[in-house]
Write a new protein. Structure first.
Length: 192
């Protein structure tokens, strides 16, 4: 099943640490900020600071606007996100400090409960007839322009408007191909 969620259905919620706001695009049914299995969101980071603690969760953070940010985890490893669609995957329980390169940035976040959800994230600066993988849930987001999903069995084309979120439930193998620019594709499945 394919569903397209428009930005008018996204919700603005406070950061867990209270230092800013997140645009929550989608959260698992029945999920809340304190207790969820998966959540997709976007946030503007306007100053350097410590990220919220999400112990027990895995975070995937993707740069989608701005000059870049360095993420330092546990005063040790540093991920440098300097180009659009650069991604950092890290433990939500790490002490992560974000240091902006110059101005504010916008990031796209996928946060999943580590013991329950297997997460795979793919970023495509340019995709032409890109095969989709299999998963229980697949989400597709296009930063700037409409993207096209072509269903393989009947060649039906579904248009994903820019900055809308597409959700595909129970995505089988060889179901569809994707064409577009600056795309984020998220695959979520139960760990069992």
């Amino acid at each position: 099943m394919i569903e397209i969620i428009p930005p008018t259905q996204f919700k603005t919620v406070p950061w867990k640490n209270g230092q800013g706001e997140t645009i929550e695009m989608l959260i698992n049914p029945g999920g809340s900020l304190e207790n969820f299995d998966w959540r997709l969101s976007m946030a503007n980071v306007v100053e350097d600071g410590v990220f919220s603690n999400f112990s027990g969760y895995t975070r995937n953070l993707i740069l989608i606007a701005g000059d870049g940010i360095n993420l330092q985890h546990n005063d040790n490893k540093i991920d440098r996100l300097t180009r659009l669609l650069d991604i950092s995957t890290f433990d939500g329980g790490d002490k992560t400090v974000g240091n902006l390169q110059s101005n504010e940035i916008t990031d796209f976040n996928i946060i999943t409960r580590t013991e329950r959800i297997t997460t795979k994230v793919k970023c495509y600066p340019q995709a032409k007839n890109q095969d989709l993988g299999t998963s229980q849930l697949c989400f597709i987001y296009s930063l700037f322009k409409d993207a096209l999903l072509t269903i393989n069995n009947d060649q039906k084309v579904v248009t994903l408007p820019a900055q809308h979120l597409m959700q595909i439930t129970d995505l089988p193998e060889n179901y569809a191909t994707l064409t577009g620019d600056h795309l984020i594709v998220v695959y979520l499945s139960d760990c069992t």
